[in-house]
Design a binder for this molecule. Structure first.
Ligand code: F6R
Length: 257
């Protein structure tokens, strides 16, 4: 895994966007895996700027990591709404090119299987953008998630519900369940770019980069991925002992898949 430490959260977004744009240059029909939440917003802003300057995203396919269970797609806090508002609309990506797990499906298991099948039919994820939870989660794979897990219905941890309460009127309004790509599903992305900013992410980042590869920190799977980069601001990198600021080079491929 490569670790790049850049000056501030906006620079994190710009650096991650450069990696996405490189991938888009190689494949105009890139399958782009997207995270929701606050961390990647600066990346989406930088990509939208590239679109305004002429980059064509019209053939890009966008795949979300997760969705709350039981929140209508029209609810602005749903991840369907987020992906449309923050990514597909600004980048002019057609609606048919957007894939989000169906958190309102009457049969969640069938919905998860259909999601995996649709992703497979698109040829899998080319570049996956990730955030990281304070507890080391990726997507909504909470600590204890198997590193070979697949898309499934899962419970949100109390830490995650508390963290996401900022988007809801009352803490008890945060949905308790979600559909999430599994760690094993995410790990099949050919390239992974994880972005993190702020001191509240420092412990999770340190565990993911320098701790053991373990289900206790789902993001630690990145250590075994052959093309993964973390882009951090100095506060998020503060817990790292063995990594220093790195230049914006094309990240190396290292280690087994
Ligand atoms: C959301 C997701 C989560 C977030 C994580 C960090 O789709 O995949 O793993 O990336 O909870 O959230 P923020 O960026 O809001 O701190």
């Amino acid at each position: 895994m490569d670790v790049a430490v850049v000056g501030d959260p906006e620079s994190v977004g710009r650096r991650a966007a450069v990696l996405v744009l490189q991938g888009l240059g190689e494949d105009p029909a890139l399958v782009l895996g997207v995270a929701t939440g606050s961390s990647p917003v600066s990346t989406y802003r930088a990509l939208a700027e590239a679109r305004r300057e002429g980059t064509d995203f019209s053939r890009v396919r966008v795949v979300a990591l997760d969705e709350y269970v039981g929140l209508p797609e029209t609810d602005p806090r749903s991840y369907h709404a987020f992906v449309w508002r923050e990514i597909a609309q600004p980048l002019r990506i057609p609606r048919d090119n957007v894939l989000v797990p169906d958190g309102n499906a009457p049969d969640p298991e069938a919905a998860c299987a259909a999601f995996e099948e649709a992703l497979r039919a698109w040829g899998g994820t080319g570049i996956q953008l990730l955030g990281i939870g304070r507890n080391g989660h990726v997507g909504f794979n909470e600590p204890g998630s198997a590193l070979d897990s697949r898309t499934r219905r899962s419970a949100l941890s109390e830490t995650t519900r508390a963290d996401n309460a900022r988007f809801f009127p009352r803490p008890e309004d945060v949905p308790a369940y979600c559909l999430t790509q599994g760690v094993g599903t995410i790990a099949e992305a050919r390239t992974i770019v994880l972005v993190a900013s702020g001191p509240h992410k420092a412990a999770a980042v340190a565990a993911a980069v320098e701790g053991p590869v373990t289900e206790a920190c789902p993001a630690s799977f990145l250590q075994r991925h052959r093309d993964a980069t973390m882009v951090l601001d100095p506060a998020a990198a503060a817990g790292l002992a063995g990594h220093r600021v790195s230049e914006p080079t094309r990240h190396r491929r290292s280690g087994p898949a």
